[in-house]
Design a protein around this ligand. Sequence first.
Ligand SMILES: C[S@@+](CC[C@H](N)C(=O)[O-])C[C@H]1O[C@@H](n2cnc3c(N)ncnc32)[C@H](O)[C@@H]1O
Length: 434
Amino acid sequence: MPRRPPKKSAAPTAEEVVIDALGPQGDGIHKSAGGPIYVERALPGDTVIAQVQRSGGALRGELTQIITPSPDRIEAPCPSYNVCGGCTLQHANADLYRGWKIEIVRTALGKVGLEPKTWLEPTYLEAGTRRRVTFAAFKSGKAVTLGYFRRRSHQVAEINACLVAEPGIMDLRQRLGPLLVPLLQGGKPADVFIQSVNGLYDVVITGAVGATGVPDFKIYDAATTLVQTAKVSRISWRASENDDAEVLLEASPIHAVFGALRVPLPPLAFLQPTALGERALVEAVMSALPATGKFADLFAGCGTFSGPMLERGTVDAFENSAPAIQALNKARAAKPLNPIRRDLFRNPLLADEFKKYDAVVFDPPRAGAAEQVKTLALSKVARVVGVSCNPNTFARDARVLVDGGYALDSVKVVDQFTWSHHVELVAVFTKAKK
Ligand SMILES: C[S@@+](CC[C@H](N)C(=O)[O-])C[C@H]1O[C@@H](n2cnc3c(N)ncnc32)[C@H](O)[C@@H]1O
């Protein structure tokens, strides 16, 4: 659903402003007497003309001219940068960009009064490594536009170049356009998710298809042509984001390998957005765990961490997604893995249930693990490793663990969301035995 645009004040006024800071969303900030003015795509050290307007309770400036560029300003490398709403910060040099990513995490922790004992060496990934991409799709007449939303708009812009995605995904996007024409409904928004797994492509369409909105024999025919022509391994469909995906055609099964586990992935399976990021996260998690023991992997997904953890002992993998649990059950064979379907928001593990574990890993969705950390904080588990893609909810949860007697030993930033304001981290907490 398109978001309602924020309420704007009467007319914008042109102002010349010096940018003082970079905000967590990547906006340049001018600290004016009337409050901060947020200017999209401006950098500290820039002097710019901006059309300033109150919007959604804040002062926002639309950059119309750069009078004096910041010494940290560079030419954005992507040809789609001015159209596309995907990337936030391609116009800053590497030093500014990298420092900003750490600062986002440091600021979030600082707001709750926390600072880790050690900041571990961050990992920054190259662009062109994103293996999961969702394209907005729109069919008009006999053409399908497959792109991203334009900046500050709900219109789909055809994006032929994206430097963030794996090049193979962009090549596939090119081949998919005409093949989607018989599948999608004209004038109806849809999206097309592509996940690349070890050289295989998994595609999921979300939205109305065919004449009736749901698959009929013509849709299965068109799906077969798409799979054969575009060299896709599997194509699935779901009516809306709230539905499970239904496989239309699977030419070859798709597996991910996580340490000791070879997991048959269901459509839309969660994978870390880049393979290299996954490797950095796994290394950071594993280096914090004891050499042997009994482990709990909370919010386990399809086993990104459970697989490698199995090489050190037994693993209880807690996860709410039925397809993910099913996939783990298929993969476990005789391994000491116990996949458990459990909603950890509504039914978190109790403090007593943690007694049997030597270490716990938790990797919640962006909302964090508010309910689960309340009981985890009361437990006596010696070592807890948190993985998070949201520094704000992570900081909130970390505060609860620290208030429960845990020390925040280290934080490592893994920047696998290149050029965006998103950031991933691994944090290690320890509790001394009383
Ligand atoms: C960020 S992903 C991490 C998955 C896995 N650790 C990985 O790295 O691949 C978060 C996981 O939490 C699961 N999840 C979301 N809400 C949940 C809930 N209420 N209870 C348990 N698991 C949940 C999602 O299905 C998803 O697999």
